[in-house]
Design a protein around this ligand. Structure first.
Ligand SMILES: [Zn+2]
Length: 400
């Protein structure tokens, strides 16, 4: 092994050890140096020197003394969530939702603005840039400033190059959003599909915390799935994994805007529910009434609405059964609008799962409602920046 290689390896080991100490303090603080050394099996001198670095960088602070186990009372350490801030954006079909948070994902400021899909990409981007600029101005003065901007987009994203390849509901094609936003803000931007972002958010701060194998199903106008497999977001070869809204569930089914027939989202989404209501009531625009109003209507005992919600839930359950058979997750999180359907949606999902999926797999899986609700994507966008900061790996991170 040549000398540069050895030096590189030592640097890498130190960086990994620093991530381990940093994450231990974040997850288990307040803790003492001795406790960190004991629990991480790193030696005390290494822990002390890494802690000094983290204190110097303002990521960790000392907060008084703890109980003595004989001898001097140990100084306790805590992660400093106020060492920097992060901006998270949920770019929806009809809205832009933006959050400014600290490093604990505590929301410091938030705003939601309605947008019309008739706006051109340039007009939507102008609105987005102006919202981000407001967040930048309101961000507190901190040691590390704004670490980055995460943006979740309803479409197919080339996350490596930060380009929105196709967002059919926004009418976007090959939009280099990362480059545009970085030029305007001079901050690092990370772009991903909204279901992937929401899956990350639920994993770090919501229902998926502590689960290594999770499917997040975003059922709104369309359906997207974010997969956490072996504790990591699964992207597939190029990054397009999770487009399960377009898996075929009816051979000669309804025509989908993607070009295929019988796609899952034509039967199990908010859009599918409105189509059922429209057929039933022969109304021209049933989607003027919000999904939440329909759920209230069901709660008041409207049989037609209940039947249509149940049928939508049953179709959602068919896809959930396919996902459970394929990936053997221990958690399925239902998010976006349909998650508000309560028992009218969740009971048929459970019933369909029990009858259609292999019982070996269903024994180990829970189906729950998103904990982060309509903030799942924006919090996930924040998480996409934070996970680099907290990553125990040699990937680039803001940690020096
Ligand atoms: Zn389709």
């Amino acid at each position: 092994m040549d000398k540069t290689h050895t030096t590189g390896d030592l640097k890498l080991v130190r960086k990994l050890n620093k991530s381990i100490v940093f994450n231990f303090i974040k997850d288990h603080g307040p803790v003492s140096r001795a406790e960190i050394a004991k629990q991480t099996s790193l030696n005390k001198a290494t822990v002390s020197s890494l802690v000094e670095e983290l204190i110097h960088e303002n990521f960790v602070r000392e907060i008084g003394t703890g109980k003595s186990s004989g001898g001097r009372r140990p100084v306790l350490l805590l992660f400093n969530g106020d060492a920097g801030s992060v901006i998270g954006v949920d770019l929806g079909v009809h809205y832009i939702s933006i959050l400014l948070t600290n490093l604990n994902c505590e929301v410091l400021w938030s705003k939601e603005t309605a947008i019309s899909p008739e706006l051109t990409p340039d007009e939507i981007i102008d609105t987005l840039v102006s919202l981000i600029q407001q967040a930048v101005q309101l961000a507190p003065q901190t040691r590390h400033g704004i670490l980055g901007i995460g943006v979740g987009v309803p479409g197919i994203v080339d996350y490596k190059n930060g380009s929105v390849l196709l967002a059919p509901n926004l009418n976007w094609r090959r939009t280099p959003l990362k480059r545009i936003l970085e030029e305007h803000t001079k901050l690092p931007v990370y772009l991903d599909n909204e279901a992937n972002m929401a899956a990350l958010g639920e994993k770090m701060f919501g229902a998926g915390n502590g689960y290594d194998h999770m499917a997040y199903i975003s059922s709104g106008i369309g359906i997207g799935v974010g997969l956490i497999l072996n504790d990591e977001l699964y992207r597939g070869a190029v990054g397009y994994a999770g487009e399960m809204g377009h898996m075929t569930i009816e051979r000669n089914g309804l025509k989908c805007p993607c070009g295929n027939r019988g796609c899952w989202e034509m039967y199990a989404s908010e859009k599918a529910f409105y189509m059922r209501m429209k057929e039933d009531y022969r109304l021209s625009d049933v989607s003027r009434t919000s999904f939440y109003d329909y759920v209230n209507e069901a709660n008041r005992g409207n049989d037609r609405v209940i039947a249509n919600l149940n049928e939508t839930g049953e179709y959602l359950g068919i896809g959930v059964a396919n996902i459970v058979n394929t990936f053997n997750p221990n958690l399925v999180v239902i998010g976006n609008t349909l998650a508000a359907g309560g028992k009218w949606i969740f009971n048929p999902i459970e019933k369909t799962l029990a009858t259609r999926a292999l019982h070996f797999s269903t024994e180990h899986v829970k189906v729950v409602r998103s904990q982060l609700g309509d903030r799942a994507c924006a919090i996930g966008s924040v998480s996409s920046i934070l996970q680099n900061l907290f990553a125990v790996s040699d990937r680039p991170s803001p940690l020096p």
